[in-house]
Write a protein that binds this ligand. Sequence first.
Ligand code: NG6
Ligand code: CA
Length: 524
Amino acid sequence: MKNNISLIFLLLFVTLLIISCNTSLNKDEKRPNIIIIYTDDLGYGDVSAYKKGTLKTPNIDKLANEGIRFNYGYASSATCSPSRYALLTGNYPWRKDGLRVITGGSLVIDTTEMTIPKLLKTNGYKTGIVGKWHLGLGSGDGVTGSGLINYNSTISPGPNQIGFDYSHIMADTQDRVPTVYIENGDVVNLDINDPIEVNFFHQNKNDDYGLPTGLKNPELTTMKWHHGHNGSIVNGVPRIGYMKGGNDALWSDIDMSDHFLEKAKEYIKRNKKKSFFLFYTLQQPHVPRTPHPRFEGLSGMGPRGDAIVEADWSIGELYKTLESENLLDNTLIIFSSDNGPVLNDGYYDAAVEKLGDHTPSGGLRGGKYSLFEAGTRVPFITYWKGKINPGISNEMISQIDLLNSISRLIGSEYKSKDGLELLNLIINNKGKGREELILEASTRTAYRKGDWVMIPPYKGQSIARNVNIELANSLEFKLYNLKNDPSQKNDLSKKEYNKLEEMITSFIKIRGKDFTNIKDLIIK
Ligand code: NG6
Ligand code: CA
């Protein structure tokens, strides 16, 4: 009798063990790895799968051609920091007052805010970011600061405080100081006897601060500055801002792409047994364009084209790692860019002169910094081997929709305020995309609904002269129909007056009470 009871208990135990193993296995199956590959200033026409330009990007094309290529995928902003904020939080960047391009500023994501990595981490994922950060570090005051961040001890809060288990980043951009890598809050290779000091306001006209500058010592530069970028010279490249110390920690620009790729590969290999999230944020083709010499001349378009070829190659290498580690079947890859393209963004690097027939904006109007389409409409691709069927989508989707869609994918209930849950579209190319979307450029906003785009009147230069990009500032409302007029040549605000009114009303509904009077601005 006693024996029988023991046997029953043993059987029960084994059955429970099998059941629990099965559930966790199933759970694992439902929890794919997620990689977001995010380029910097890559235009709608820069990916050859979009068939707009002449540059070749075979590795990104593979993802596009064997996954879903979205023709109406949007970054949330025409500049970097707001777009990254929106992607990670699933909320519009203009909800964060005054959020613009960050220069040495403090962390703009509140540590209490939900983010993609935080959501995934709380659901059992390992989470990592490798590459450009540009969301501020530390808790000094102001979005743009000087000397707010102490680089000589562990910097916090930063990526590790908003949900990333692992971070290996550059703080802002490749053209801003400090030109060092930061891993989990610590500057890599920092010698404490050679502390780093950073200053963004020092003019360096009459006295010396830190490294020689592009303004005073142009003979020391190997890349010439065109506008801005006349601060500290590091590796022959003059930067935004001034810096002292940290000599052992300075990065090598030509090795940056390989460096980040290596860190991304190591992260994948380290975490392959678990479900992981990787935010791989490449620096290309943002200025300064410093492709490794082995890519020099490959595009025939100068450093900008070569940097894109280099980025494309790195993405191919990352893909190969996933392949050799047998991870492709269980990894969702999302590819996009933080904002539209720019040619001359502050250095003489032949981007304009050597462009040839290539069209970075893919025929869309404007570019980086602009409220016209090329500012925010970017390459947007989803790929999952064996799960996503090849396809093309003309549905509207925004990067703010990624958080809610990922939430659904992992079976979480969390939803951000502004994002939509578009998992069916992202995976199955089925169902409707967005009906409406607010576009943003340097805190100014426009509105897209259906095929229509409405741009409110804004003061300011209509063309940003230094970068030669149309910003969409004008004293009148503008209305375009993207279906009939993809390059926004034909303003219909007078002809389609009712449509304009309808658009303004819907825009105000989202933007809130501060915008109720914009109708008064209509010049009839
Ligand atoms: C601008 C820089 C530009 C670039 C941009 C940020 C000048 C004159 N221009 O202020 O070169 O760094 O900021 O780009 O300094 S982003 O893609 O990170 O938003
Ligand atoms: Ca950018």
